[in-house]
Design a protein around this ligand. Structure first.
Ligand code: 4AD
Ligand code: MG
Length: 480
């Protein structure tokens, strides 16, 4: 038997032809109208059941959540909001869903809060909202690979388990293969964790950057796109303990090239979803409009979701040095109290999210690329500027999100890099392989890391990062 997906069926012109569709019942109205969804699209196909001529027992089993295989004839629909429908010939119940059990889940057809949906992460993908988010996430991921493939990049699969912890991007999760029944012991009798990985202490990676750098100095243009891990105990709507990061790294690119690449890349993937996820974006946009109606006027969004995405594509990101940004922040009166919670009165301080949001949302009102940060608040590998106190770092800040990208031109000079490592007590023995790249044909090179979930947040208009990844990992949440 040949099957057709709902998305293809809804686009089909084969009126009066017979088709078989497989999916899950979303609702069954008046013993007659079955809304069937198979995940291929946000839309359902209406399957019209001739209930008078159907077995009573079978009819009872057509319930919300049940898996069914429907065979019937495609007809033009009289109903509002749909072009076609299926006139059902046979229904096969593949898997029942007991209505009493369904009532206790988020599959029950009523509005559930996002918090409630999060508690049933295994079922939430069957809701309209999460179907839309996860399809969009998948398309966005595809666009990432397509962009790099079209622009001459090779994907480098950098390791997840690593002995290097010198990146300094955050706390690491330890990886241990120790036999805890019979662990290696230190002299004082305590467990010797330095033996974690058959004789080496290992962690889950916080970034594939250092390895990607070594690959860029051989393949020219590379990118990584994989899971990364941060063991900080941060319970915010922007942080996950496990998130996916996209990290391009390009030989011979300087900081300005790096900014151009990041901006071009972001615009490309956003344009891709605007073109390829129209139904899901429309749904998510309407959802936001409904949410907004519950808020006071002053808190409502000024742009619709798709307008916001179009705006990002159409306008240049504003490029501002850290020093200029500090001057703007010093002179600004951000709120009624005319003060930030954390005062910016000294050059050299790290920006807090309130400052970043002020710059993006109030001052410039567009995405901002901040560059040339003070060396002492950034990582050791960033290229020192001629002023001796700033580095060629860049952060991209997005409205409603804050930091979406962190990157830099890398320090390519062996002597400067060694000095920097010594000052930060980073042992050369640990990074001898990284230092080798600066000994054998070193060159200017640059790259950045983009947090994929933050991009999905922006593209979907969602506000909590836990809602844009299938199974979010955050403190206390890792059971399934
Ligand atoms: O700024 P970060 O820490 O930069 C790096 O890791 C560099 N090694 C990247 C590079 O140059 N190749 O992280 C990069 C981005 C951030 O801008 C943010 O979007 C995201 O990763 N990110 C997180 N996303 C979700 N949860 C977290 N805990 C995140 N930490 C960083
Ligand atoms: Mg950062």
């Amino acid at each position: 038997m040949t099957y057709i997906s709902v998305i293809d069926l809804l686009a089909s012109d084969a009126i009066h032809q017979e088709f078989t569709v497989k999916g899950w019942v979303r609702s069954f109205r008046a013993n007659q109208f079955m809304a069937l969804n198979d995940g291929s699209t946000i839309k359902n196909i209406q399957c019209v059941v001739d209930f008078e001529n159907m077995d009573e027992a079978l009819l009872k089993r057509i319930t919300t959540g049940a898996a069914v295989i429907v065979t019937g004839v495609l007809e033009e629909s009289q109903g509002a909001g749909q072009r076609v429908e299926i006139k059902v010939k046979t229904v096969h119940i593949e898997g029942d869903a007991d209505p009493e059990d369904v009532k206790r889940t988020i599959l029950s057809p009523k509005r559930h809060t996002l918090e409630k949906l999060r508690e049933q992460a295994h079922l939430r993908v069957r809701t309209n909202t999460f179907g839309a988010i996860m399809r969009l996430r998948s398309k966005l991921s595809f666009a990432v690979h397509q962009y790099f493939n079209e622009h001459g990049f090779y994907q480098a699969h950098t390791p997840i388990i690593t002995g290097s912890d010198a990146e300094g991007a955050g706390e690491m999760f330890r990886v241990s293969a120790l036999d805890l029944e019979n662990p290696p012991k230190k002299e004082d009798g305590s467990i010797d964790y330095s033996q974690d990985f058959f004789g080496k202490e290992t962690n889950l990676t916080v970034s594939g950057q250092l390895e990607a750098e070594t690959y860029a100095l051989g393949l020219g243009k590379v990118y990584t796109f994989g899971p990364t891990f941060r063991a900080e105990n941060s319970n915010t709507s922007r942080h996950l303990a496990e998130f996916w990061m996209i990290e391009p790294e390009v030989a011979f690119n300087d900081l300005a090239d790096n900014m151009d690449l990041a901006e071009d890349f972001i615009k490309y993937v956003i344009r891709y979803v605007l073109e390829h996820c129209q139904d899901d974006l429309e749904f998510l946009e309407n959802r936001l409009v409904d949410e907004d109606k519950k808020k006071p006027q002053a808190e409502r969004a000024t742009m619709l979701l798709r307008e916001k995405l179009e705006f990002v594509i159409a306008n240049n990101f504003k490029r501002v040095s850290y020093t200029e940004a500090i001057a703007i922040l010093r002179d600004s009166k951000p709120n009624k109290k005319k003060k930030f919670k954390y005062l910016i009165d000294e050059w050299g301080a790290d920006l807090q999210s309130e400052h970043e949001r002020y710059l993006v949302e109030k001052h410039f009102e567009c995405p901002v690329i901040l560059f040339d940060y003070p060396a002492n608040i950034k990582a050791f590998y960033m290229r020192l500027n001629e002023d001796g106190k700033t580095v060629r770092a860049m952060d991209i800040l997005f409205p409603g999100i804050g930091e979406i990208v962190g990157g830099s031109q890398r320090e390519e000079r062996l002597d400067v890099l060694k000095e920097k490592m010594a000052a930060l007590d980073i042992p050369e023995e640990e990074l001898w392989w990284y230092l080798d790249t600066r000994k054998f044909g070193t060159c200017v090179h640059s790259g950045f890391g983009l947090g994929f979930e933050r991009l999905v947040l922006f593209a979907t208009g969602m506000t909590n990062i836990r809602d844009v990844i299938p199974y979010p990992r955050f403190p206390g949440h890792a059971e399934f």
